[in-house]
Design a protein around this ligand. Structure first.
Ligand code: XMP
Length: 327
């Protein structure tokens, strides 16, 4: 629409003014809509002086990194996909505590990002580089309000996707979405012609499946959860309910086993929890009343197709008192 076009044009002008003729910017793409739209606007303003970095920490969903790569390569000229699975999973070895997991994941994000920053800015001669390094963030209006309006141009807002960036990373922030709400960001994304998988992606936490495995995060457990999660998402999409559901976490109770029977054998496998929720803004949420036949298809397929899972449960807790994620 006219308004969305206006927003884009206005931001493009502002960014050109801020970054100047030579300035270079870096943007950490999470795979989500906010960082994608922010980066797309900045690219309009400064072209290939923007470098996008996407970190695959090994805890993404099935096929997700490939999807993100396909979508992003279509949109962004300079895209740096970092394979950091071994680094992240190595750092998480033996860790079971949720906050400890988040801290470690945040720290590894920073390390990966610092290395990317050196690659992008470090190799340039000072006269090519400009005096300031710019960092693009997809901060929305509700984030600004929540953090007391404090995120100025010289400080780094602790962004929950990357777990907060260290003080000594000297960046100036570029935040083209600071006045927008989520639905407006989606409208801008459509206006910019971004792929609909990007624009309509449901929120997904930065730590990824790492906080949906209750217990230690291992490659094997991630593979089990990826299969179960892929089935649930596929059936939700097939039922045409993607846009009615805010998020649909699938959680693996990796430290729990329950007895089952399959064929003529007793099994001792893991339960998974389906956690479909409806929400306006993730501050509060309600458990989604998915149709029984859909739940049945998901349950049957998961227990048939994922050998290690022999029980499927549904979480019927609203937020509050529950949170959307289990960790
Ligand atoms: P909860 O579980 O607190 O989650 O109801 C609210 C929203 O935030 C997402 N979430 C996270 N996002 N890093 C993120 O980037 C995190 O550590 C994190 N924890 C929760 C969650 O998926 C939901 O959308």
């Amino acid at each position: 629409t006219w308004t969305m076009l206006n927003i884009v044009e206005e931001q493009v002008d502002r960014i050109r003014e801020q970054v100047g003729e030579k300035g270079r910017a870096i943007c950490a793409l999470s795979g989500g809509v906010d960082s994608a739209v922010a980066a797309a606007i900045v690219q309009r303003a400064i072209g290939d002086r923007l470098t996008c970095v996407y970190v695959d920490h090994g805890m993404m969903r099935k096929g997700e990194t490939e999807q993100v790569r396909r979508d992003f390569e279509e949109v962004f000229d300079a895209l740096d996909v970092v394979d950091a699975e071994a680094q992240f999973l190595g750092a998480l070895e033996g860790v079971r505590d949720p906050e400890e997991k988040r801290k470690i994941i945040g720290r590894e994000f920073i390390r990966t990002f610092e290395a990317a920053e050196v690659r992008v800015f470090g190799s340039l001669a000072p006269e090519e580089r400009g005096d300031t390094a710019y960092l693009v963030q997809g901060t929305l209006y509700p984030d600004v309000v929540e953090s007391g309006g404090g995120a100025g141009t010289s400080t780094i807002k602790s962004h929950h996707n990357v777990g907060g960036l260290p003080e000594d990373l000297q960046f100036e922030l570029v935040e083209p979405l600071r006045t927008l709400f989520k639905d407006e960001v989606r409208a801008v994304g459509e206006q910019l012609g971004l792929p609909s998988t990007m624009v309509w992606r449901q929120p997904f936490p930065g730590p990824g499946l790492g906080i949906r495995i209750i217990g230690e995060v291992t490659r094997q457990r991630l593979d089990i959860l990826r299969e179960a999660d892929a089935i649930a998402r596929e059936e939700l999409t097939r039922a045409g309910l993607d846009r009615d559901i805010w998020q649909f976490p699938v959680v693996l109770l990796a430290d729990v086993r329950s007895v089952g029977v399959q064929g003529d054998g007793r099994t001792y496998g893991h339960p998974v929890v389906l956690r479909p929720v409806t929400s306006e803004d993730a501050m509060t949420a309600d458990w989604a009343r998915l149709p029984y036949d859909l739940l049945e298809r998901i349950s049957t397929r998961i227990t048939n197709e994922v050998a290690e899972v022999n029980r499927v449960t549904v979480d019927i807790t609203s937020k509050p008192p529950g949170t959307i994620e289990w960790e």
